[in-house]
Ligand binder design. Sequence first.
Ligand SMILES: [Zn+2]
Length: 288
Amino acid sequence: MLNERPSIYTRYVPSLIVEASERPSYWFVYRAGTDKLLLGENPGLDAIPAAARAEELGFAPSRSLYLGTLDGAPCYAAEAPEDALVPAGTEFLSLRSLYEIMDEDLFHLAGRALQLLSWDSTHRFCGRCGTTLERAANDHSKVCPNCGLSHYPRIAPAVITAILKDGQILLARAPHFPNNMHGLIAGFAEPGETLEDCVRRETMEEVGLTLGEIRYFGSQQWPFPHSLMIGFVAEYAGGEIAVDGEEIEHAAWFGPDNLPNIPPKLSIARKIIDWYAEEYGGRSGASS
Ligand SMILES: [Zn+2]
């Protein structure tokens, strides 16, 4: 049932303190103000440009920060100025376009780099008194030297839910989905609600159904721009499907053998749907 992906921390050691290393560093470089990551042609980690110092990449980063080590190699996040020339043999590619292609640990570390750079560039001043913020020594927060207020990187939790009824799964289509794709019910948590409350509210708002038991599935960071997707599987309790017509334009029950076009691999929506298809496939009308 649970998402059994190995932890990234079997390979990645986060740290704020640079330690001496014999190995060249990997640079997760983004074009300023975009999600475009600098990549070479090699597969895996070797696609990330390696250099002892940022200047060897051919430009001076407009901001950079240390991420820790991956497979023992130091890793940095850096922002390339908008007019930086692309080093020979490399190109900037949207991280979003890489999420079916890239090693999952690498995608997540690249996502961490993108979120930290983005937050650093959009949270430069104290929200209370306007003073320029300073980076904290012990974590990725910033501190106001005038009033002392701490500022932490933004993470927006969002739930994503498979709803099951008599061995069928509810799949829904948002107006912006390409190619008649159907996915799961999803939405951002609001102040004052639990994640389970959020699942029930979003389900009622988008498709007009009430839910019984809600079980945790797993989670996934989604750095566009700063979401944390929390996956659930819920039992249908009551109501008839009534789409809201705005966030959802069509929703229906599907069996494991007649699924419509579904979200691409690596997305947590797809992982939940794949789990459902494996769990309920071949049961011929299973219900208890
Ligand atoms: Zn302040």
